[in-house]
Design a protein around this ligand. Structure first.
Ligand SMILES: NC(=O)c1ccc[n+]([C@@H]2O[C@H](COP(=O)([O-])OP(=O)(O)OC[C@H]3O[C@@H](n4cnc5c(N)ncnc54)[C@H](OP(=O)(O)O)[C@@H]3O)[C@@H](O)[C@H]2O)c1
Length: 360
């Protein structure tokens, strides 16, 4: 980074998928003064707590990667929390960054800020040009408010608060809870479990259930000493030894970016651009999409599961297509580096290595 390596940097959400990738990249670049309080240490929904933290720490730079995040099911079920938490986190962090003289803040939004039937690929200009996807409207509204907060503070107070809108992300430190996860980590875990079941590898399944929450109230129900109980639990989440059930028709098109590429973008934009140049915000994506059907076939082949895939069309699948137009990011000098196959291969290898190292 061009700014001083001794700068104090607050990575809000520093233990999450995005935040941990930013912290890793900052450390690789030689930054040592990085603050990453956990949610228990600093709940950003609480104004007084957030003000106290900023007053004590006085960070120079802030990466706002704290949020309540989840897939369709979580977004649609916990609608109140998705709007309240994300609004409160943005309000407090952005306002405190102004009040306590933060030199620059980078706010992370999401591609779901764009209308459900937006022309594709989605340009930055399409914001607020139509109705949002109903299943994640509360989350999207909070994310739109965060962009507008940054813009308003920049306009009124001359702050330097920039926003990036990433596409769907994936990476090693993802949430693999099948109830709350995004589509790609859920697929990776389901195929790994189905392969283990097809091979009768109950030791691996047991370890998987120990390491990652299953969700759907199944964690307390499953008896890890009983193979039958594990088989029954797997069946409840659509996994048998020769079949994996996935949500939707598989026809929806989605774009996925490896999280280290996003971390790279965050540091690149923090370093190289100021609010005026990037206004109102910049899309960050991979630049190509893939059908969920093709994605499932890709994950299945990387994991090496040989059974079939069943598409449960009674389940929702969200917006038909979501691809970001990344022309602006490319023109500003950033581009993605990691192919989908390479990124998924890394995540799968890491997932197995975690399971294996905790088994010994
Ligand atoms: N994942 C994606 O596919 C994706 C796509 C587009 C945009 N984004 C955006 O990227 C950002 C980060 O997402 P992520 O995927 O990294 O999420 P994540 O893995 O769920 O991490 C979220 C982080 O936020 C922290 N957090 C949540 N509530 C908090 C609170 N009340 N106070 C303080 N910290 C709180 C969590 O802290 P604890 O660890 O202590 O619980 C966690 O570190 C979000 O703004 C999201 O909208 C993500």
């Amino acid at each position: 980074m061009k700014f001083d390596k001794n700068s104090k940097i607050f990575v809000a959400g520093g233990r999450g998928l995005v935040g941990s990738a930013i912290v890793k990249r900052l450390k690789d670049l030689g930054f040592k003064n990085i603050l990453t309080p956990t949610r228990t240490e600093l709940d950003l929904r609480r104004q007084a707590e957030t003000e106290k933290f900023f007053a004590q720490e006085r960070p120079d730079y802030v990466f706002l990667a704290a949020a309540k995040v989840g897939g369709i099911l979580a977004n649609n079920t916990y609608r109140a929390e998705f709007i309240y938490d994300n609004l409160a986190i943005a309000l407090n962090t952005i306002d405190c960054s102004f009040k306590f003289g933060v030199k620059k803040l980078l706010n992370l939004g999401s591609s779901c800020i764009y209308p459900k039937f937006s022309p594709q690929p989605m340009k930055e200009d399409f914001l607020l040009s139509g109705k949002l996807e109903p299943t994640n409207e509360p989350y999207a509204i909070a994310k739109i408010c965060a962009i507008k907060l940054c813009e308003a503070y920049n306009f009124q107070y001359g702050t330097n608060f920039i926003s990036l809108m990433p596409t769907n992300l994936y990476g090693e430190n993802d949430n693999f809870n099948l109830e709350t996860s995004h589509v790609l980590p859920a697929m990776i875990r389901k195929f790994i479990l189905a392969k283990a079941l097809s091979e009768g590898n109950f030791a691996l399944i047991r370890e998987d259930f120990r390491l990652h929450k299953i969700g759907f109230n199944l964690d307390n129900e499953v008896d890890l000493n009983s193979q039958n109980s594990m088989i029954e639990t797997l069946a409840k989440i659509g996994i048998t030894k020769d079949r994996v059930t996935l949500w939707g028709s598989g026809k929806a098109l989605r774009e996925f970016l490896y999280v280290d590429d996003l971390a790279d973008a965050c540091i690149y934009f923090m370093e190289n651009f100021s609010a005026k140049e990037t206004e109102p915000f910049v899309n960050i994506g991979y630049g190509e999409d893939i059908s969920i059907f093709e994605l499932a076939e890709l994950v299945k082949s990387i994991v090496g599961f040989t059974g079939e895939i069943y598409w449960d069309t009674t389940k929702p699948e969200g917006t038909p297509r979501k691809l970001l137009d990344i022309t602006k990011a490319l023109s500003l000098g950033w581009k993605p580096k990691t192919s989908l196959r390479k990124g998924i291969t890394k995540v799968v290898a890491h997932y197995y290595s975690n399971l294996q190292s905790s088994m010994v």
